[in-house]
Design a protein around this ligand. Structure first.
Ligand code: SF4
Length: 224
């Protein structure tokens, strides 16, 4: 079985366990971009608290840009790395306004996935994961984002090897129509079963497709 076939089999198995999902937009592209910047290095709860606090204190994007960075940082401090994220959000907003005359990313809808990818990745501090989340979850332009759970599982499964870029590898392997569902299913599987510290391999529905139960964890984890 080659890697593409393996991905399809994994996706089918996880669909049996977690159910099939229909794509639905998670929100406006600029809101999703800000939310995803806030999600860097924190959990969903703290991200959502930081986002709610930001919106409450700065209802308009213009007010975020015009305020001192320390005030924006104060509003999002629950998400951690708040000074860095505040600066990043202000810079992204400034750039969007300067280039497009408004705080609006809806023009991306008219671009190809590749063109929209290039528009987003050019912002400082916006990497492939953040770009992929905006493309897939707001714009229905499939690009497979790799978060910490997916990075861990795909290495354990042997799909991504040490030193490879997981985004490049997985985007070559995951069929476009599976991007949205497979991304979410892998995250759920990472939280419930393929846990960071102690994977529950004896309860895992993809254990027969994974080398860990017979060979142990990959080298990069054994050294930790
Ligand atoms: S068998 Fe274990 S290591 Fe492999 S995917 Fe399942 S829980 Fe993770």
């Amino acid at each position: 079985m080659n890697a593409r076939e393996k991905v399809k089999k994994l996706a089918a198995r996880l669909e049996q366990k977690y159910g099939s999902l229909k794509w639905e937009s998670q929100g406006d592209p600029l809101e999703i971009l800000v939310l995803t910047i806030l999600s860097q290095n924190t959990n969903d709860t703290n991200r959502d608290r930081a986002f709610a606090s930001l919106k409450k204190k700065f209802p308009a994007y213009e007010s975020i840009v015009r305020s001192p960075t320390e005030k924006v940082a104060e509003a999002i401090k629950e998400g951690g790395l708040h000074h860095q994220k505040a600066k990043r959000i202000q810079e992204v907003l400034k750039k969007i306004k300067a280039e497009h005359g408004a705080y609006d990313l809806n023009y991306l809808k008219d671009l190809s996935t590749e063109e929209a990818f290039n528009e987003l990745i050019k912002f400082d501090g916006v990497g492939k994961k953040t770009t992929g989340v905006v493309l897939t979850f707001s714009l229905n332009k499939p690009y497979f984002p790799v978060d910490t759970h997916i990075d861990r599982i795909t290495h354990r499964l042997g799909l991504v090897k040490k030193g490879q870029d997981p985004h490049d590898v997985m985007n070559a392997l995951v069929p476009k129509e599976l991007t949205y569902q497979f991304h979410l299913h892998l995250i759920w599987h990472g939280r419930a079963t393929c846990k960071a510290r102690k994977p529950l391999c004896d309860q895992c529905v993809i254990a027969d497709l994974c080398p860990v139960p017979t060979q142990g964890l990959p080298l990069r984890e054994r050294r930790k």
